[in-house]
Design a protein around this ligand. Structure first.
Ligand code: MN
Length: 249
């Protein structure tokens, strides 16, 4: 499976491409390739790197199990269904449903990318503060870590309806930005790389926190894996918008 850190997340979030399948001399593995008969990649649900109860008490096991196994799987299936529809449209040369299918692709693939990042942004050993270049950047662009947290908290807590709070890397100005997403894709900044994302859909907290989104956001900082976020930041600094540089053909 392609790397899941930094810019590679965009191009390789839980996807196994034909490039990995063994069609190329540089292929590292052909054991988990998922493509259709045309060699078009299909997305896969990545496993969690920790147990369902590992993030307790911040996020309980029941939420993690449902969230990963059911909700995230649903976005993976939805993205693959959109790919199937697109292939059918191409084969039939009939693009009358393109608006509907592209909307499905944007929603579900964005959901897949963000959930893949979300799981990796968290660790049972999380919490604390960032270090290295990320810490320097946060101080430079937000004034202090506390100021950054205040802006991120405000963004996450005030998402209208279902969505996300995000720290992203804007490649044009080469700086971190706090943004919001409604659903998974509305309000997105094109081309920006997600570094740290917080799911504030009710499915992410309601079973444990009921309607208290604020308490969920506060407790979530205790499981943030700053090593992962720092790696994403440092990779994004050197990344091109086109991804991890590995050719797909
Ligand atoms: Mn979710």
């Amino acid at each position: 499976m392609l790397g899941l850190t930094g810019a590679a997340t965009i191009g390789g979030a839980g996807v196994v491409s034909a490039h990995d399948k063994g069609n190329n001399a540089d292929s590292e593995s052909d054991s988990d390739a998922v493509t259709n008969e045309s060699g078009i990649p299909r997305y896969e649900l990545p496993p969690l790197s920790y147990d369902y109860d590992a993030l307790e008490p911040a996020i309980n096991a029941e939420i993690m199990r449902l969230h990963h196994d059911k909700h995230h799987q649903g976005y993976v299936d939805g993205a693959n269904s959109a790919l199937n529809s697109l292939e059918e449209m191409r084969n039939n040369n009939d693009f009358s449903e393109i608006k509907h299918v592209k909307r499905d692709l944007s929603f579900n693939l964005s959901g897949h990318v963000l959930h893949t990042t979300f799981w990796e942004n968290m660790s049972p050993d999380g919490g604390g503060k960032p270090s290295g270049y990320l810490a320097k950047a946060i101080n430079k662009y937000f004034g202090s870590f506390e100021n950054f947290k205040a802006e991120f908290n405000a963004a996450a807590k005030n998402v209208e309806g279902s969505g996300w709070g995000l720290l992203v890397y804007d490649h044009l100005a080469d700086m971190p930005l706090v943004t919001q997403a409604e659903d998974h894709n509305d309000l997105a900044v094109q081309g920006a790389t997600p570094l740290l994302v917080l799911d504030v859909w009710e499915h992410a907290y309601y079973l444990q926190y009921k309607n208290n989104r604020g308490k969920y956001v506060t407790n979530w900082w205790n499981v943030v894996d700053w090593d992962d976020v720092t790696q994403r930041y440092e990779a994004a600094q050197y990344a091109e918008l086109s991804g991890d540089g590995a050719p797909s053909i």
